[in-house]
Design a binder for this molecule. Structure first.
Ligand SMILES: [Fe+2]
Length: 244
């Protein structure tokens, strides 16, 4: 992020997305905004988003509710936020600025917690609901991330789902990862577990559920290990389950 190299989106990539947008709806999902950094989010990320906004008619855009930078230096991972009034105010102000800058719906996604929890004024669901009601932003529900938190910290996933304003959820993320020393990580490197699929099905039939998209997440690094055929089969399987 802060390596002194100016980032840009290659012309051929923009042209490819533009071509796709003629017959497919496009959504934008980022990892570099760092909306929760105390010293400010990434202006460079917004500059890249400006380019997409100028060139592509995307449906909505989204980022993670956390931070990856401290004092301009990248941490190499994403950290969850203390759920306090101060954080709610800081994030809400930034979300409102982003919504004003781009005439598109903006979504925030739950991330896994890899550090011990902070003293908080709000539960995870209250925190999300408060930011959403302050700003009008929507959610991504990352179902695998919720399962990681349940496994790693005894997080009450079902209570979270019963409390979250599900009408604000637009997108669900499903994925699979690894287990290191008993700790589940969101490595996005495998086919989706049956439990993740079942949970997603349960969410989709919840009253007032606003989800319009189920997104299978896979990192580039997983492609050689899984193989293209296995990945294509997984997309086919998931399409049959969720697009039928
Ligand atoms: Fe995700």
């Amino acid at each position: 992020m802060n390596d002194g190299i100016k980032k840009f989106i290659p012309r051929e990539t923009l042209d490819e997305i533009k071509e796709l947008s003629r017959y497919k709806k496009i959504v934008v999902h980022g990892v570099g905004l760092s909306i929760g950094s105390y010293d400010g989010y990434s202006e460079e990320y917004l500059r890249l988003l400006d380019t997409l906004y100028e060139e592509i008619n995307f449906e909505w855009h989204s980022e993670h509710l956390g931070y990856i930078m401290v004092e301009g230096k990248t941490l190499g991972t994403m950290i969850s936020l203390p759920r306090t009034d101060e954080t709610v105010d800081m994030i809400s102000e930034r979300v409102l600025k982003i919504i004003k800058r781009y005439d598109r719906e903006f979504l925030l996604e739950n991330i896994i917690r890899i550090v011990p929890d902070y003293d908080s004024d709000y539960s995870e669901s209250e925190f999300m609901n408060k930011i959403s009601s302050n700003t009008g932003c929507g959610f991504i529900l990352d179902v695998y991330n919720l399962q990681c938190d349940e496994h790693n910290h005894g997080f009450d996933l079902h209570k979270y789902l019963s409390e979250i304003d599900i009408s604000k959820a637009r997108e669900i993320h499903i994925a699979n990862g690894t287990v290191e020393d008993g700790f589940m990580l969101d490595a996005h490197c495998d086919t989706v577990m049956d439990s993740t699929i079942e949970l997603t099905k349960q969410i989709l039939v919840m009253k007032n559920c606003g989800v319009k998209l189920v997104n299978y997440e896979l990192l580039d690094e997983a492609i050689p290990a899984m193989g293209e055929e296995a990945i294509a089969d997984e997309y086919k399987r998931l399409s049959q389950i969720f697009c039928a």
